[in-house]
Design a protein around this ligand. Structure first.
Ligand code: FDA
Length: 503
């Protein structure tokens, strides 16, 4: 049961939250983590914890009547999505007017549903987006610490060349090379040794059985197996699930009281409780943490929060697209759900792009090459408090996504020309070639140095901290979780050393 008081509270259990809880626990600080999603450790009737992408059930998504998969169609057929019962499933798609944002729900946050790609940004780009952060320290100390804590591993490159699972990636690499582009292997938190055994048929398949965005039953080092397990192992950290923080109130003595809504997995509210704390850490992700502070400011709960709260949000330039492969360039029906290769054209002076070569884990030959392009889109959105729904609504207009398409088009037009191929127009529910109406990489809202000081301390309030992806100003140039983790490592080390955080 939820206590009335805990010296430290962490909201959320994603990357920033998990790092924070581990380091607080190691420092001996009693810490409660509050997570609105479930703990995913019990098998369902089929003997599995998670469902796959081909036969999704209620475990797949967060209170939806129908799944909302990123690839909406195939040959314009609505075969990717299925009706499901509303339930506290593991993947949420939060639909705002002009933009939909995918986020993980459960103990481990995004680590439960993501593609496991563990990529560090180019140092020069890191210095561009976060100039006030000491890059020597980041690249010398905190990125290595993050990679170790996350269990990042590298693919056996000889195996890559011969395995069935990455035939799709080799086909895409050939097309990139023909265009004069370079590709690069991406490190991962999916265990590549396990994947080898999956292909050999000696273990139960997960990444090779169309398991990704609705969770992996095996192979993936999600946060519940790394940082969070270590945090619980300190003996000072506990996790409360199905507990959503709704409000943050400050008391006269400076402590914080949280209004926590406890529900069951069917969405029935069981109770509303209060939990007080001296040190409050926000790790609810770009959407979650930003909403909590926008709501607190605009309802008058925390009136000294700055105007910067809710600003500086970006999509990391995400845009998805498919190319049609030549009939002789088959990928086979087996595609590893975890990407292992990216096209690196980030040094392109006009249109920098890092395009991950993404699988289509459909279990059949699709003659498609799929990509998630990360581009340098300078547009930024912001969150506005909506009193009627008591929520923060993302303000992002469709035209703000155009720079992402322009950049991706410039790269993939070249690839298509060099290979005499065309785009796929059947994948996104209508006839568009580029899908920029969703993002996997929400970043910003509580930007480091704007809404907070240079270490995530919220401006205007003491002992209130932001530790997650909302600190990053809208773009990282690569997949973001290693950067979120490393930045949290840096910030929590400073906060514990300087702010007197103790039991
Ligand atoms: P994160 O979103 O992980 O965690 C926030 C947690 O807080 C969630 O568990 C949420 O339920 C909880 N929460 C929110 N509000 C709350 C409240 N009010 N009360 C209680 N709990 C609350 N990145 C990458 O680097 N490589 C990759 O391969 C991919 N691939 C990918 C695929 C897909 C499908 C998705 C959705 C995302 C990715 N990402 C990715 C992105 C990556 O997962 C993402 O950047 C991080 O998970 C963000 O970490 P945070 O710590 O910011 O929050």
């Amino acid at each position: 049961p939820l206590p009335d008081y805990s010296p430290a509270v962490v909201i959320g259990t994603g990357y920033g939250a998990a790092v924070t809880a581990l380091r607080l626990g190691e420092a001996g600080v009693p810490t409660v983590m509050l997570e609105m999603g479930q703990l995913w450790n019990e098998a369902g009737p089929d003997g599995k914890v998670f469902c796959d992408m081909l036969k999704p059930d209620r475990r797949s998504m967060w209170f939806k009547k129908r799944t909302e998969a990123p690839l909406a169609s195939f040959l314009w057929l609505d075969i990717a999505n299925h009706d499901i019962d509303p339930y506290a499933g593991v993947l949420d798609r939060v639909n705002y007017g002009g933009m939909s944002v995918y986020v993980g729900r459960g103990v481990g946050g995004g680590s439960l549903v993501n593609g496991a790609m563990a990529v560090q940004p180019k140092r020069s780009y890191f210095e561009e987006i976060l100039p006030q952060v000491d890059a020597d320290e980041m690249y010398g100390k905190y990125y290595p610490r993050a990679n170790a804590g996350l269990g990042v591993n590298h693919i056996d490159e000889d195996w890559f060349e011969t395995c069935k699972s990455y035939q799709f990636a080799r086909v895409s690499r050939k097309a990139a090379q023909k265009t004069g582009l370079k590709t690069t292997f991406v490190p991962s938190v999916y265990d590549f040794d396990y994947m080898k055994q999956e292909e050999a048929g000696t273990v139960e398949r997960s990444a090779l059985a169309s398991e990704v965005i609705y969770g992996n039953n095996h192979g993936k080092r999600s946060l519940d197996k790394t940082y969070l397990a270590a945090a619980l192992g300190t003996g000072h950290v506990t996790i409360q699930t199905l507990s959503e923080v709704r409000e943050i109130i400050q008391q006269q003595d400076g402590t914080y009281t949280l209004v926590v809504r406890e529900s069951d997995a069917l969405g029935n509210v069981l109770s509303t409780k209060h939990l007080s704390t001296k040190y409050l850490f926000l790790g609810a992700g770009s959407l979650g943490s930003t909403e909590l502070l926008v709501r607190a400011r605009d309802t008058g709960r925390l009136p000294r929060l700055s105007e910067a709260v809710g600003q500086g949000w970006g999509t990391n330039g995400n845009v998805m697209l498919g190319r049609a492969n030549h009939v002789w360039d088959t990928t086979g029906s087996l595609e590893a759900g975890m990407p292992a290769l990216g096209i690196d054209d980030w040094d392109n002076p006009t249109h920098p792009v890092f395009a991950e070569i993404a699988p289509v884990p459909a279990g059949l030959e699709t003659w498609a090459s799929l990509y998630l392009a990360i581009t340098k889109n300078p547009e930024r959105g912001h969150f506005a408090y909506d009193a009627a729904s008591d929520s923060a609504k993302l303000q992002w207009t469709p035209d703000q996504g155009q720079p992402s398409i322009d950049a991706a088009k410039s790269l993939f037009d070249r690839i298509n020309k060099a290979n005499s191929t065309i785009y796929r127009y059947d994948l996104f529910g209508d006839t568009r070639a580029f899908e920029n109406r969703f993002t996997y990489h929400p970043l910003g809202g509580l930007v480091l140095g704007d809404a907070t000081d240079n270490y995530g301390r919220v401006k205007g309030y003491r002992n209130l901290y932001v530790m997650d992806g909302s600190l990053i100003p809208g773009s990282t140039g690569v997949n973001p979780f290693v950067t979120i983790t490393a930045l949290a490592e840096r910030n929590i080390e400073r906060v514990i050393a300087e702010d007197g955080v103790r039991a």
